[in-house]
Design a protein around this ligand. Structure first.
Ligand SMILES: O=C[C@H](O)COP(=O)(O)O
Length: 251
């Protein structure tokens, strides 16, 4: 269960938020579910210090990474920088990056490679816009994003990736994709991984659903056979709600 904070919470708020989360979560929770937060870049050092200092079991990561490892790329943050902060994960190709920053498949592919170069696990975000779903092309569209992102990625890296299926029309809108509709696409993603690599590899990859996940709908989503977790946006900013999502089995 990963919380993508997007552009919310400064580094002081981040500390308070992670402390509250750590206070609420128990060893039983961590044994059942891996919990990660994806704060803004400016919070990462503070979150690292807190996690290390208090030996917390919460993982953390970034929301984006540069395709380049260093150099004259103003405003970018590199894979080596994230690795130095012990980031476990980095979201790549989130629809908000694709929509507002013009990220296309070659760039997403280059960022996936950059993350793997530095042993930071990519959370590859894929998913269709409303008009694509209405035209019935959501599976083909999403699989084309998977193909593009995984171009030239060897199996020993691909087996560790996390893929988050996030239909764009369900993000931040309160409109959750029906659990069976989400399963249709997540199942197709796993089948494509089996085609591209092997069934054994496909079975290892963790596939998340994202888009208006809340405590009220998470259990139904997690009951689907090809959904292994959730990438949570708005609800991850509310600690009580995020803890309930982590405890989806109790909902
Ligand atoms: O990365 C998270 C997704 O964009 C979902 O956001 P949301 O839960 O606010 O719909």
């Amino acid at each position: 269960m990963a919380g993508n904070w997007k552009m919310n919470l400064n580094h002081l708020e981040a500390i308070a938020h992670v402390q509250k989360l750590a206070f609420a979560l128990t060893d039983k929770d961590y044994a059942a579910v891996e919990v990660a937060v994806l704060p803004p870049f400016t919070d990462l050092r503070s979150v690292q210090t807190l996690v290390d200092g208090d030996k917390l079991k919460i993982k953390y990561g970034a929301q984006d990474v540069s395709a380049h490892d260093s150099g004259a790329y103003t405003g970018e943050v590199s894979g080596p920088m994230l690795a130095k902060l012990n980031c476990s994960y980095v979201a790549i190709g989130h629809s908000e990056r694709r929509q507002y920053h013009g990220e296309d498949e070659p760039l997403v592919n280059a960022k996936v490679k950059a993350a793997f170069r530095h042993d930071v696990t990519p959370i590859l975000c894929v998913g269709e816009e409303l008009e694509v779903r209405e035209a019935g092309n959501h599976v083909a569209h999403t699989l084309a994003q998977v193909d593009g992102a995984l171009k030239d990625i060897p199996g020993e890296q691909a087996e560790t990736i996390v893929i988050a299926y996030e239909p764009v029309w369900a993000i931040g809108t309160g409109k959750t994709c029906g659990a069976e509709d989400a399963q249709e696409v997540c199942g197709a993603i796993r089948a494509r991984l089996a085609e591209l690599y092997s069934q054994e590899l496909a079975d290892k990859v963790r596939i998340q659903y994202g888009g208006s996940v809340k405590s009220g709908n998470v259990a139904q989503i997690m009951a689907q056979p090809d959904i292994d977790g959730a990438l949570v946006g708005g609800a991850a900013l509310d600690t009580d709600e995020f803890v309930k999502i982590v405890r989806f089995r109790d909902q």
